[in-house]
Design a protein around this ligand. Structure first.
Ligand SMILES: Nc1ncnc2c1ncn2[C@@H]1O[C@H](COP(=O)(O)OP(=O)(O)O)[C@@H](O)[C@H]1O
Ligand SMILES: N[C@@H](CCC(=O)OP(=O)(O)O)C(=O)O
Length: 381
């Protein structure tokens, strides 16, 4: 279950103890009935505003980090006290995208979550806002919740908000109607989704909830989007909010994180043959299939794999650093991205493209690459 900042705070700002207690009541009862629960809770930044004398969510990263620093402690203290009424222990788990896109880190996060559950405590997950810089940020907790649901092999993802479901337009506009069921992408055609609501505390609004629902349902997990006050109905499968039916099957473990949570530290341009191999996932990427290297990535970093036109066809974890790859590119059978660390992206191009007349190479620093990538530049020549 994921709960948004707007459902945990008072109109004046600060944590609303009554709302936290109401949510905890539902979760504690659900657990007592035999269902394992993982809570992804936003609210760290919102909870830290008033104690730091801030009247609204700051725009700059440094003050958001400071607010999260103060607020996360208060948030977890509140959950700890509230769950203690039922004799339930709470375990805090803070994640950055970087913690889970790599296979070894992914297994580590998985082990922690499973062990907390096995020992009878309830994991409360949030993004590690205090240290998450732009490059390693999930961006929003809706997406984080979809990825955590996949990590723990959840049977259901419940997204709680201050709105009672997905509407076909702005819910405040007269005539907007709630969708009861979404069976797939086609059901979303013509739906207007927009940014955060009036609380001024939420991050992504409905856009990120619909995106999170897509990630989860494509990976085989049904989603209910409902109002926080209807949490009990949502968990019990009663008619409330919007139900997103599952559309796909479980993806390989860390690949979903690699696709949706990681930010690339560089890019690697491929020959037509290598593009076919990675797009169809028929083998690893070898150095022989690489024609150009961008960014100063290190071994173990996520990189984008590009076709000759510069379009991204896949993402992978490079087992070589950029300098080593530059030495070997075009002439070695060393593995650059092992098969297990390769995820083709939707719409990946598998059609043949002409080989380049010649290859030009320029190494960029990681910082240069990140700047260019965030500015939308993609050529890198
Ligand atoms: N089509 C839509 N259906 C429902 N809500 C929408 C839609 N478009 C925009 N919204 C807004 O999204 C808000 C919820 O997002 P947000 O404020 O980020 O909440 P949270 O803190 O729960 O993540 C709602 O309050 C609503 O105003
Ligand atoms: N990690 C941030 C919340 C980020 C977020 O997605 O917020 P929300 O839209 O309220 O779910 C925090 O705890 O303040």
């Amino acid at each position: 279950m994921k709960v948004g900042s707007s459902s945990l705070t008072t109109a004046a700002g600060g944590l609303d103890s009554d709302r936290v207690d109401a949510l905890v009541d539902v979760l504690a009862r659900t657990r007592a009935a035999g269902t394992e629960v993982v809570l992804v809770s936003s609210g760290a930044i919102a909870a830290g505003l008033a104690p730091l004398g801030l009247s609204e969510r700051p725009r700059d990263l440094a003050r958001q980090q400071a607010a999260a620093c103060v607020g996360q402690g208060l948030l977890v203290a509140r959950y700890t006290a509230s769950f203690a009424r039922y004799g339930v222990r709470v375990g805090q788990i803070l994640l950055t995208a970087d913690d889970v896109s790599r296979r070894a880190h992914y297994r580590n996060a998985y082990r922690a979550l499973v062990q907390v559950l096995a020992m009878g405590a309830l994991p409360v997950v949030n993004e590690n806002d205090t240290v998450a810089t732009a490059e390693i940020k999930f961006g929003d907790n809706d997406r984080l919740a979809a990825l955590v649901a996949h990590l723990v092999r959840a049977d259901l993802l419940v997204l709680l908000s201050d709105v009672d479901g997905l509407y076909d337009g702005d819910p405040a506009r007269p005539g907007s109607r709630r969708l009861r069921e979404v069976r797939g992408r086609l059901d979303l055609a013509g739906i207007e989704v927009d940014s955060p609501g009036n609380s001024g505390l939420g991050t992504g609004g409905m856009v990120t909830k619909v995106e999170a629902a897509r990630i989860a349902t494509d990976a085989g997990i049904p989603v209910v989007l409902a109002a926080a006050r209807h949490a009990a109905d949502a968990l019990a499968g009663r008619e409330t909010g919007t139900h997103f039916l599952r559309t796909g099957h479980r993806a390989a473990d860390h690949l979903l994180w690699l696709e949706h949570a990681s930010s690339p530290c560089g890019a690697v341009r491929l020959t037509a043959q290598a593009v076919r191999t990675v797009a169809q996932r028929t083998g690893p990427l070898l150095a022989a299939g690489v024609t150009c290297v961008e960014g100063g990535f290190a071994a173990g970093d996520p990189v984008e794999l590009l076709d000759e036109r510069g379009q991204v066809v896949a993402r992978g974890i490079s087992s070589l650093d950029a300098r080593e790859l530059l030495r070997l590119q075009g002439r070695s059978t060393r593995e650059v991205v092992p098969h297990d660390d390769l995820v083709p992206l939707p719409g990946a191009i598998a059609s043949p493209v002409p080989e380049p007349a010649r290859v030009r190479i320029r190494i960029r620093s990681a910082a240069e690459f990140a700047r260019a990538a965030s500015g939308g530049e993609r050529s890198g020549q």
